[in-house]
Design a protein around this ligand. Structure first.
Ligand SMILES: [Mn+2]
Length: 370
C-alpha cells in the first residue's frame, strides 16, 4: 500500500496582498493555489493507492466561489479522472463553528472516489487491504473524545491508517495558536500503522508512525526555512519520503537599528538592503528597532511606497525606541490570537450582540498588558 499525504493547503489565503493578478485573485493567493496544484500534478504522476488530505484545504469556513471551483476541479482530477481514491478531512480552519453552517467540503461528497469527513464524525472505510479512519475537526472537546474512542484498528485489515487534524497532545511546539485547535493524544496514534496529521505547517515526525505533512506553501515567516510539499508513504515496511514542491522565497532581513538616524537616512538603508536580496520575486520582512517619533516624521512616504511597489511583498516593522516603562510593541502570540478571534467571530451567530463592540472590547483585553 502506497500513500500520498498532504495537508494545510489553505486555499484562499493571501487575500490581503495588495496586488491582484488578471484573474482577480491576489498574486499571493495564486502562489498558494499553484503549489497545491503542483502537488496534485505530482501525485497524479506517482499514482499512489490512496491520497490523503489531512485538513485545512481551505483557509476559511466560507471560501469564495472561485476558490471552491478551483478545489473541486483538483479533487475531481485526482479522484475521478485519474482514479486515485482520495480522502479528505475538515481542519479547524475549514470546519464550521456551528453545525448548521456546514463545511464547504460537504459539496465534495458527490465526487466519485472521494471520501469526505467533514461533519464532525469519524468515517471508516476499507480500500484494498487497508482500513482508514478519517476523523474531521470536532466541534467540542467532548465530541472529539467520543470520536477518538471509536478509532480502534481493525485486526482483520493488513494495515490501519488514521487521519486527524490538530496538535499532538503534550507537544505545544505543534500549536498554531489558533482558537479551537484540538489536542490529539499520541497513544491513539500509536495504535495505528500510520497516522496522517494536519495542522502544523512544517513537515515532521511526531511519533513512531505519525507525521505532519506540513503545508503546501508558506503561510507565515516562521515557515521560511522549511521546504514545502507532501509525503510519500509506503506501509510495508513503513517508509516516509518528503516530496518538495516549488514555493515563493521568504526572507527575513537583519534588524536595522534606527537610533540617531533621520527618516530619509533610514529609507536609504532599507533600499540598499532590498537591492541586495533582489526583492522583486520574494516576500521580505524587515524589522527596524529604536525608532523615535522624529525618525517616523521624517520618513519619506514616497520612497517607502516605491520600495513596496518593487518588492513582491514587503513587510516593514517599526519598533519604538526602548523605553524602560513601556511594553514592547512586539507581541507575536497576541498578534495571532487577536486575528483568530476576529475570524472566529465571523463564524458565530451574534444576533443578540453588538459585533463591533465585542471585537473592540476583546482586542482591548487581548492587547493590554496585565
Ligand atoms: Mn489547522
Amino acid at each position: 500500500m502506497k500513500l500520498c499525504h498532504l495537508a494545510d493547503s489553505h486555499l484562499g489565503a493571501g487575500d490581503n496582498h495588495p496586488r491582484r493578478a488578471p484573474s482577480g485573485l491576489t498574486v499571493r493567493q495564486e502562489d498558494i493555489i499553484r503549489s497545491f496544484v503542483e502537488a496534485v500534478d505530482r501525485i497524479i504522476e506517482i499514482k499512489p493507492d490512496v491520497c490523503i488530505h489531512a485538513g485545512d484545504l481551505f483557509h476559511a469556513v466560507r471560501p469564495t466561489n472561485r476558490i471552491m471551483a478551483i478545489a473541486v476541479e483538483q479533487f475531481h482530477r485526482l479522484a475521478s479522472r485519474h482514479g486515485i481514491p482520495t480522502v479528505i478531512i475538515a481542519g479547524n480552519h475549514d470546519a464550521p463553528k456551528q453545525p448548521h453552517i456546514g463545511a464547504a467540503l460537504e459539496v465534495f461528497e458527490r465526487i466519485d472516489n472521494l471520501y469526505v469527513a467533514a461533519r464532525g464524525e469519524m468515517i471508516r472505510f476499507t480500500l484494498a487491504d487497508t482500513a482508514f479512519f478519517a476523523l474531521p475537526h470536532c466541534l467540542t472537546t467532548q465530541s472529539l473524545k467520543e470520536q477518538l474512542a471509536l478509532c480502534r484498528p481493525d485486526p482483520e485489515a493488513a494495515h490501519n491508517v488514521l487521519i486527524m487534524h490538530g496538535v499532538a497532545a503534550g507537544m505545544p511546539e505543534f500549536s498554531m495558536a489558533d482558537l479551537g485547535e484540538q489536542e490529539l493524544p499520541v497513544e491513539v496514534m500509536n495504535r495505528f500503522d500510520y497516522t496522517a496529521l494536519g495542522h502544523f505547517h512544517n513537515y515532521c515526525q511526531v511519533a513512531d508512525r505519525a507525521w505532519y505533512a506540513g503545508s503546501t506553501e508558506r503561510l507565515s515567516q516562521s515557515e521560511r526555512e522549511i521546504a514545502k510539499g507532501f509525503l510519500m508513504v509506503g506501509l510495508d515496511p513503513l517508509e516516509v519520503k518528503f516530496e518538495e514542491v516549488s514555493t515563493r522565497a521568504m526572507v527575513d532581513l537583519e534588524t536595522i537599528d534606527a537610533a540617531g538616524k533621520r527618516g530619509d537616512q533610514l529609507a536609504e538603508i532599507i533600499k540598499g538592503r532590498m537591492q541586495d536580496v533582489d526583492s522583486s520575486d520574494k516576500i521580505v520582512r524587515i524589522k527596524v528597532e529604536g525608532v523615535s517619533p522624529e525618525t517616523l516624521k521624517t520618513l519619506p512616504a514616497d520612497t517607502l511606497a516605491e520600495l513596496k511597489q518593487k518588492a513582491y511583498a514587503l513587510d516593514i516593522r517599526f519598533e519604538k525606541e526602548k523605553d524602560e516603562t513601556a511594553e514592547t510593541l512586539d507581541r507575536p502570540a497576541i498578534g495571532q490570537l487577536d486575528k483568530s478571534f476576529v475570524q472566529f467571530l465571523e463564524t458565530v451567530d451574534l444576533a443578540d450582540f453588538d459585533r463591533d463592540r465585542l471585537i473592540r472590547e476583546a482586542l482591548k483585553y487581548l492587547t493590554t498588558p496585565e
